[in-house]
Design a binder for this molecule. Structure first.
Ligand SMILES: Cc1ncc(COP(=O)(O)O)c(C=O)c1O
Length: 372
């Protein structure tokens, strides 16, 4: 089998030319603006794509789960930041044990989780670096920028934790509806870090890392003179949400799902053999949706994926179409990060010619817990 059109469906595909262009462009943006690139691996959860990111110039990785961190370290990757606080005894043990073979940086936004990590570190004589999460408007984790010195001062009592810097994620950008609004979020993102930095330096703290990350704001953050690390995730694939936000044109989307039309029950409706267990149910984030349906059907603007069952999707025909039962269609998912998490591998192709398979080998639930 050489062509994607011969694949059994549903199949999750990645266009390698587009993937490489996306990786190269972000790496170049960082290099030209003297920023380190630490991509967030939750988008692809694939050690092969992580390796490609390193080859293009990434310095390390941001992980969203300990599964991702374990898999990366197992494959020999040495520079890992964990994006979120860790608080259970079991997960603290897991993340600390990685620090034997890799440089691991943790993240905190309060004293409770930090005290648990301190306790575990003191038992094994381990010292670990951490970042303070700054809230730049997402209102998820984080301290207000001007409160950063207060928290770092509190954490000074924990001898095994070493303050390394500050980080934010302006995820509320996904609730915006225009490029002007995206730009305004990028300004908030930079401002939050600037204020935290100013207050911390005033109190005499050395701030080595000033990190942020989101795909829509990356081009703006790269131009900031204080931010020194970018941690975007979604740029690897892009998706229908990024297209709707005006970040990239449709042609830049590297991840697609190939599906077959399996029924034509009504004149204005066809059914495909891919559903929510392929695409995910994302329509947008934070209650805002700029997308139409559950993805973009490539080359067929007359088709709208109206609703998804688990394994099949209902597609409305809005105008004349030549698509018939037995045909295959290719769909750009709304949210590539969720879509890639639904499969164990991606079929890599160039212009439809299959080149290789990329395992999605760092997913959650892919590791059997050690039972005592
Ligand atoms: C802390 C953090 N940093 C960076 C990212 C990457 O954002 P994006 O996928 O928009 O590039 C995320 C995404 O969830 C995140 O939670």
């Amino acid at each position: 089998m050489t062509n994607i059109s011969e694949l059994p469906t549903p199949a999750s595909l990645v266009d390698l030319d587009k993937l490489e262009k996306n990786l190269r462009e972000m790496a170049d943006l960082c290099r030209e603006n003297k920023k380190q690139l630490w991509p967030m691996v939750k988008t692809h959860k694939s050690t092969q794509i992580a390796k490609m990111q390193l080859d293009f110039g990434a310095k390390g990785f941001l992980v969203g789960t300990i599964d991702e961190a374990e898999k990366l370290v197992e494959c020999g990757f040495k520079e890992i930041m964990y994006a979120y606080p860790v608080a259970s005894k079991e997960n603290i043990e897991r993340i600390l044990s990685l620090a034997k073979n890799a440089h691991v940086i943790l993240s905190f936004d309060g004293k409770e989780a930090a005290s648990k990590v301190e306790e575990a570190c003191s038992k094994i004589g381990l010292y670990i670096e951490y970042l303070i999460i700054i809230d730049s408007g997402l209102h998820r984790f984080g301290v207000a920028p001007e409160k950063a010195p207060e928290l770092v001062t509190e954490l000074k009592e924990f001898n095994h934790l070493k303050f390394k810097g500050i980080a934010t994620h302006p995820g509320h950008v996904y609730a915006k509806t225009s490029i002007d609004e995206v730009k305004a979020v990028a300004e908030e993102e930079a401002q939050a870090l600037h204020i935290a930095l100013k207050y911390l330096e005033k109190e005499g703290f050395t701030v080595d890392i000033i990190a942020t990350g989101s795909t829509p704001t990356a081009a703006f953050a790269a131009k900031d003179d204080k931010i020194n690390i970018l941690r975007p995730g979604n740029y690897v694939f892009y998706d229908a949400i990024q297209v709707a936000l005006g970040i990239v044109p449709e042609e830049r989307c590297a991840l697609t799902v190939l599906a077959t039309v399996i029924a034509h029950p009504r004149e204005d409706m066809i059914i495909i053999d891919a559903g929510s267990k392929c695409f995910g149910l994302d329509k947008g984030a934070h209650g805002v949706s700029l997308t139409t349906g559950y993805g973009i059907v490539k080359g067929h603007p007359e088709l709208i994926i109206e609703s998804l069952s688990e394994e099949v999707g209902k597609v409305r025909i809005t105008r004349n179409t030549n698509v018939k039962v037995g045909d295959k269609i290719e769909v750009i998912p709304n949210h590539a990060c969720s879509c890639a998490n639904m499969t164990s591998f991606l079929v890599g192709h160039r212009n439809g010619i299959i080149e290789k398979v990329l395992p999605v080998d760092a997913r959650g639930g892919s590791r059997i817990p050690m039972l005592k």
